[in-house]
Design a protein around this ligand. Structure first.
Ligand code: NAP
Length: 492
């Protein structure tokens, strides 16, 4: 078949689910590729995803600002090495404006059902609206559905109680006693953020966390000026930090001196806690980096304040005025903040998807979420995922991962435009082989060294990309046609 002329190339209709970081990344890439017929369906009334939902005190992204941005959308104005949540939200908002993405975003539009029928995705929304698309791209985010723990009596509490991702800003905190449940990245940041605001903070710790120090200087006016004048500096800064982050990534995925060095830094950092009893209580019983590494220079000073308390006795129940621990103590508080994480295995669910032969996503994922190369699902043609199962999420920049995945997806859309394909999905064999390869690589990762975390699947094995982010990018660039079931357009 001869190569189609530009005029013969087809124009696809693309539906993207979610206007958070990765949905906006996909939208920007589609736009840059000259594709205009796309819609980003967003369930909420505003864009921004995790940066819209998370507004808790102390929220700072622990990935450097210069690397937590799109490589194609430099920002000379970052105020610090690591940015606070509202500044990041403003960045994505600005990207949406600068690249004219906003008119493609349909807010308050929750997709509830998607079916592959007659070579297209047939879509139905919560408000009854319908649409169809040649490609369906899930950009729902991973840490989206709050995990509200089943603690007895939680409903009986007479003060305010809310999850970290649903922070209730109408509740005053100044001079009040606040309980924080959970010691992950979120809990650690909240404790740092509440220091000196609340009259007392009680941190309920089920497991201690290793913490990497995080120095956070301001960018000078001169640096901002230079970055505005020479945007290449921004890109160069991005690439430099990416190289450093790759270095950390390889320490996580394979044992060796790099891992030992990072673990030693965490152990030395813990020495900032002067009281031996408190230090012992804050010392984890597993290797640093087994759970997602927390980065904070504010946490240890905050937890050592006289008005803050670490509670390590297990929670027995919540009562109207506070939290009763197993030793019988009632910890009276005015506010309970649940920093208890998310359902990291839902991905695009509860959205109901039906692929080839009427197979539903729930049926396909009965044994747990799985994808081929993090971006596609067997039996679900022309469906792609950003931040899908097995993405290399760890402590790495998700903006970079979203870009690699979006570029890969664009490659398939380009083949569709050129009339090389009508539909594409990975084969069952390739997906099974990829999953087996992943499992074989897991024992080398630090996540498999014995701790509980959201990285683990139902069978207790980690489910993340077990190699370097570098390899993720490289493998997404090499498409092996034999790994895919491709429907070619009918000859004319
Ligand atoms: P998380 O890492 O899953 O931590 C949840 C915490 O809640 C853990 O300490 C857990 O204890 C505790 N917990 C859960 N259920 C509990 C219960 N019933 N009773 C007592 N404690 C309970 O959640 P997260 O801190 O929200 O962080 C999730 C992810 O979000 C991070 O890993 C990271 O990827 C991302 N994040 C990133 C940043 C950033 O700066 N880039 C900031 C915040 C979050 P166990 O450890 O014992 O299970």
């Amino acid at each position: 078949m001869s190569t189609p002329t530009p005029a013969e190339r087809r124009t696809p209709t693309v539906a993207v689910i979610g206007a958070g970081m990765s949905g906006l990344c996909m939208a920007a890439k589609l736009k840059r590729a000259g594709i205009e017929d796309f819609t980003v369906y967003e369930k909420a009334a505003d864009l921004g995803g995790t940066w819209r939902d998370n507004t808790y005190p102390g929220l700072t992204c622990d990935v450097p600002s210069r690397f937590y941005q799109f490589r194609f959308a430099p920002n000379p104005d970052w105020s610090r090495w690591f940015s606070a949540g509202p500044e990041i939200w403003r960045y994505f908002d600005k990207v949406a404006d600068d690249l004219d993405l906003r008119r493609h975003v349909r807010l308050s539009s929750e997709l509830v059902d998607g079916r592959w029928a007659d070579g297209r995705w047939q879509l139905r929304f919560a408000d009854g609206a319908e649409a169809s698309a040649d490609f369906l791209i899930s950009a729902c985010g991973i840490l989206r559905i709050p995990n509200v723990p089943a603690i007895a009596g939680l409903d009986s509490f007479t003060g305010a109680v809310f999850h970290s991702a649903r922070w209730d800003h109408s509740v005053p905190l100044a001079g009040r006693r606040v309980a924080v449940i959970g010691t992950g990245s979120t809990g650690a940041q909240i404790v740092g953020g509440l220091a000196g605001v609340a009259s007392e903070v009680r941190l309920f710790q089920r497991s201690a966390q290793w913490i990497l120090p995080m120095f956070n200087p301001r960018y000078s006016r001169l640096t901002k000026l230079l970055h505005r004048r020479f945007p290449q500096l921004d890109v160069r800064g991005y690439d430099k930090i990416r190289a450093r982050a790759e270095w950390i990534g390889s320490a996580v995925t394979s044992p060796g001196p790099k891992r030992t060095l990072l673990q030693t830094i965490c152990r030395l950092h813990l020495r900032r806690v002067r009281d031996p009893e408190l230090r012992a209580a804050l010392t984890p019983d597993y290797q640093p980096m087994c759970k997602r590494l927390v980065a904070s220079s504010a946490f240890y000073p905050a937890i050592q304040r006289a008005d803050n308390h670490l509670v390590t006795d297990p929670i027995d129940r919540v009562e109207p005025t506070g939290i009763r621990t197993a030793d019988g103590t009632l910890h009276e508080v005015d506010v309970i903040a649940l920093a208890t994480g998310f359902d990291a295995h839902a991905f695009m669910r509860p959205l109901a998807l039906t692929g080839v032969d009427g197979v539903t996503l729930d049926e396909a994922w009965a044994g747990g979420p799985r994808a081929f190369m993090t971006v596609a699902l067997p039996g679900f043609p022309n469906l792609f995922t950003l931040m899908g199962p097995h993405s290399p999420v760890g402590n790495y920049s998700l903006t970079e991962i979203a870009e690699s995945q979006a570029d890969h997806i664009l490659g398939w859309i380009d083949r569709w435009q050129s009339r090389d394909i009508d539909a594409v999905a990975p084969t069952e064999e390739a997906t099974a082989r990829f999953n087996a390869e992943m499992r074989a690589a897991m024992p080398g990762t630090v996540w498999a060294t014995g701790c509980q975390s959201w990285y683990l699947g139902a069978d207790g094995l980690p489910e993340l990309w077990p190699w370097t982010p570098d390899l993720h990018r490289a493998r997404l660039r090499q498409v092996e046609p034999a790994d895919y079931e491709i429907t070619a357009p009918a000859a004319t």
